[in-house]
Design a protein around this ligand. Structure first.
Ligand SMILES: NC(=O)c1ccc[n+]([C@@H]2O[C@H](COP(=O)([O-])OP(=O)(O)OC[C@H]3O[C@@H](n4cnc5c(N)ncnc54)[C@H](O)[C@@H]3O)[C@@H](O)[C@H]2O)c1
Length: 344
């Protein structure tokens, strides 16, 4: 297949492209390499995919030295460039991962979150429609489960009560995806991801923040007296699921070609146990500090994990990695690379 991956220099984008090129697909990856603090990490991810970071310049394709992969520094907000890229390449599928993430950040920059996550998704849907792409794959987030949701979070939940602009922008993008499937018969699959972690993880993700605080000896802040339940999903599981989904776009007779799945390990993990597993794997004790802020005001639920019944029944797939097995892999990677190849 010939595929476009947006957010190619990001955490999930890196792992996705790595798998796709190993399976022999031809991939074009785009990213605008935004957020100055994370550019170094993004360039490392690209170099691991065979892209020479020195050769990257606006809108100039750079060919990978190891696979059928081209990287182009482009911004999804440039609708004309997205249209011509997709028109010229006629991708079989578009995997749209580019986004800005984080509830706290979205409070600071609400319009940027709306522009990139919502309008950016609209631009990619429009490019997919006009270039006759056969499948549009989009990653939404568990954060769309707002005030009215209760764990385990299911696709049937009412998600129209977002607790942050990150949630609102992703929920709006989900609705645009549905609209394109319904109005234009564009096959769409959405994965709502629950706390993904693994090597080359996003610096502002929970596992990275915990590992970083433990390593440098600063407190790990916990809310709600430490009573929080979370779903942690290993990145290999997400990529496996994506491959399943790419091969099986939804085709239900009489319905629009649209499928949305909650994707998590679906095992409720006490937050303090997750911290403990990272401290054990790093071999450094964590300093825990209580934060009395109300979870809802931070856009957080006390209990949050996925109901994966639909994923299992419709896609015949479910994540398999338990945190007890995957955290040591993540921690080993962190130990080997933090302050060697990247800093936070
Ligand atoms: N990692 C998780 O735990 C998690 C959980 C839920 C949802 N998601 C979603 O999965 C997707 C990938 O997440 P990630 O963890 O890899 O994030 P990431 O921040 O590592 O990657 C996103 C990439 O998008 C790029 N980008 C941002 N704005 C862009 C623009 N205007 N044009 C082009 N590129 C742009 C960034 O430079 C970055 O490399 C996102 O849509 C995110 O919302 C991730």
């Amino acid at each position: 297949m010939k595929l476009l991956v947006t957010g190619a220099a990001g955490f999930v984008g890196f792992h996705t492209i790595n798998r796709l090129i190993n399976e022999g697909h031809s991939v074009v990856g785009i990213d605008n390499l935004c957020e100055p603090d994370t550019v170094a990490l993004k360039k490392i991810r690209l170099s691991l995919l065979g892209i020479n970071p020195e050769a990257i310049a606006d809108a100039r394709p750079v060919r990978s030295t190891i696979a059928q992969f081209d990287f182009v520094k482009l911004d999804i907000l440039n609708r004309e460039q997205m249209l011509s890229l997709c028109h010229e390449n006629r991708f079989d599928a578009i995997i749209h991962l580019a986004a800005v993430a984080g509830t706290a950040m979205s409070k600071k920059y609400p319009t940027a979150f709306y522009d990139i996550n919502t309008t950016g998704t609209l631009n990619m849907l429009e490019a997919a429609r006009l270039s006759n792409a056969k499948h549009f794959f989009f990653t939404s987030s568990s954060v769309v489960h707002g005030k009215l949701s209760k764990a385990p979070m299911s696709e049937q939940d009412d998600v129209d009560s977002p607790l942050s602009m990150y949630a609102g922008s992703k929920r709006a993008a989900e609705l645009l995806c549905y609209t394109y499937a319904q109005s234009y018969n564009l096959p769409v699959t959405i994965f709502r991801l629950f706390n993904v972690y693994g090597s080359w993880c996003r610096p502002n993700s929970e596992p990275m923040r915990i590992a970083h605080s433990i390593s440098v000896g600063t407190p790990v802040k916990v809310i709600n007296d430490g009573y929080l339940v979370r779903d942690f999903t290993y990145v290999d599981d997400v990529v496996d699921g994506m491959i399943f989904a790419l091969n099986t776009p939804s085709h239900k007779p009489g319905q629009s070609p649209y499928a949305l799945y909650n994707v998590g390990r679906s095992t409720p993990v006490p937050y303090l146990s997750f911290i403990q597993s990272i401290e054990m794997a790093l071999g450094i004790p964590a300093i825990i500090e209580q934060d009395t802020t109300d979870p809802f005001s931070l856009g957080e639920h006390v209990e949050m994990y996925a109901d994966t019944t639909k994923l299992e029944s419709e896609l015949a797939y479910s994540p398999v990695w338990d945190y007890e097995e995957a955290v040591p892999l993540f921690a080993r990677w962190f130990k080997d690379n933090y302050n060697v190849n990247f800093t936070i």
